[in-house]
Design a protein around this ligand. Structure first.
Ligand code: NCD
Ligand code: ZN
Length: 468
């Protein structure tokens, strides 16, 4: 089999396929990039067959929370390295956050970022757009027309008007800094976003609580004290009120705490249209991992106690938390080697999303749940439910062949991101990604990338407020 092998039609035969009716021993027939049928009928003479006996055939993951750093910080990551890491992990679509530079706050910026991404992307990609305190309804409409999957509000984070950049530690009285988006911004723009039929994602940490507890970060305990769980719970409760009043689909990014989950559960019970995302690092790690992981696990919001971790795993098992994304947020290994206070926050993670979720789902008792968390529910969140997230006739042939008998040890040398060291270093998951197909073309096989920059931008079907 050569790297240039791109047949019009082929069959993935003999694997256990996750179908809409559950796992089945069936063959997946693919033609022109699309799944044509699931059946065990003998294909026409000469049809190319991929032998998938002993494997799982899963829908490609859609990671709705990645930071490509491109344009802006190519030394940290770019669309080439991001999407190579994604392909290696069975992630066939990435949805990029808007805090690149210039930040994605206008249609023209989104279009030039998309052109840049298109020139390097090995997987499909979509774009979140930035909600600023100064954003107008007209700007939201033109961003939606340009293809944004939704809007992201970084509560409390300022925007530099000259540098066109979202800043995480803003000075207070700098005339260059636009007032950060607050609950007023959300309340003003949520009805517009609801009308556009797109989700509104939030970085949910209450700015007032963060500024009251701000302190130098000398130890891991300082980080936990500086960003307490009530900051998350308060922000979620307030955002949920706004979601309920406007019917906007409010998406909580990177949920990290038991109090945050409790606030979200309460709001959902009261009818708020809220969807919840957490990340593998909050499901696998706790503060007790700091001595091993060091600054690699510095991120906002922080990885908290074992009790918070266990509550998030329960929330996922019960289906209250619907999806898992990575908050793949690379920096350079040199930047992360700085003192704990100075090291930037964030860790790479896109490459280990699928295997870490398969392992967690297996431990919960239903390995197939992993595909719901990383593919089906994310597709619904970002309006791709008609083309991706499911293995069924008519869907894009974004397919991952996973070997359930082979383990993946997370080690820096195997990582394709520019930042090699991440929070999950040293972990060992009982699954391995063998082959990955993007719209019917192989992009990863047996530990090697295949093909070129064939990723395309995805646009959401704006179907209103069906929750994932
Ligand atoms: C993210 C980043 O570096 O862009 N950092 C982080 O610690 N999570 C920003 C974010 O997702 O909040
Ligand atoms: Zn965030």
């Amino acid at each position: 089999m050569t790297d240039s092998w791109k047949p019009r039609s082929f069959v993935i035969a003999g694997g256990t396929v996750l179908t809409p009716d559950g796992p089945r021993e069936v063959d997946v027939h693919v033609a022109d990039g699309v799944i044509t049928s699931l059946s065990s009928d003998t294909p026409p003479e000469g049809t190319r067959t991929v032998d998938a006996r002993g494997t799982y055939v899963l829908p490609g993951a859609i990671d709705v929370h990645v930071h490509s750093r491109d344009p802006g910080f190519p030394q940290k990551e770019d669309f080439g390295t991001l999407t190579e890491a994604a392909a290696a992990g069975g992630v066939t679509t990435v949805i990029d956050m808007p805090n690149t530079v210039p930040a994605v706050d206008a249609a023209g910026v989104l279009e030039s970022k998309a052109a840049l991404a298109r020139s390097k992307a090995r997987v499909d990609f979509g774009m979140w757009a930035l909600l600023r305190s100064g954003t107008t309804a007209e700007e939201l409409e033109s961003l939606a027309d340009a293809g944004a999957v939704g809007f992201k509000a970084y509560l409390g984070y300022a925007f530099s008007l000259t540098r066109k950049q979202v800043l995480y530690s803003p000075g207070l009285d700098d005339p260059d800094l636009e007032t950060p988006p607050d609950y007023g911004t959300l309340a003003r723009l949520a009805p517009v976003i609801a009308r556009l039929g797109l989700p509104l994602a939030i970085h949910a940490e209450d700015p007032g609580i963060l500024s009251a507890f701000r302190r130098p970060l000398e130890t891991y305990s300082d980080l936990l004290a500086a960003r307490p769980p009530e900051a998350e719970a308060v922000a979620i409760a307030a955002a949920a009120e706004i979601a309920g009043a406007s019917s906007v689909r409010m998406h909580v990014a990177h949920l990290s705490s038991a109090p945050g989950l409790a606030a979200a559960k309460e709001a959902i019970r009261a009818g708020a249209p809220l969807s919840l995302e957490t990340c593998p690092q909050y499901l696998w790690l706790s503060e007790e991992d700091f001595p091993r992981a060091g600054t690699a696990m510095k991120m906002f919001p922080p990885i908290r106690s074992a009790a918070d971790r266990d509550a998030l795993v329960d929330g996922l098992a019960q289906g209250v938390i619907g999806l898992v994304a990575t908050d793949h947020a690379p920096h350079t290994d040199e930047e992360k080697a700085a003192s704990f206070d100075e090291a930037p926050a964030g860790s790479p993670g896109v490459q280990t999303l699928y295997v870490s979720c398969l392992e967690l789902a297996r431990r919960i008792g239903d390995v197939w749940l992993a595909a719901r968390w990383v593919s089906e529910a994310p597709a619904a969140l970002v309006g791709l439910q008609e083309t991706k997230g499911t293995i069924a006739p008519g869907y894009d042939a974004d397919l991952v062949i996973v070997d359930p008998g082979k383990r993946t040890l997370v080690r820096p040398e195997a990582m394709r991101s520019r930042q090699r060291h991440g929070a999950l270093d040293g972990m060992d998951f009982g699954f391995s990604v063998r082959e990955v197909y993007l719209r019917g073309a192989a992009i990863w096989r047996d530990g090697r990338r295949v093909g070129g920059a064939t990723g395309r931008m995805v646009r959401p079907a704006r179907l209103g407020s069906a929750l994932p």
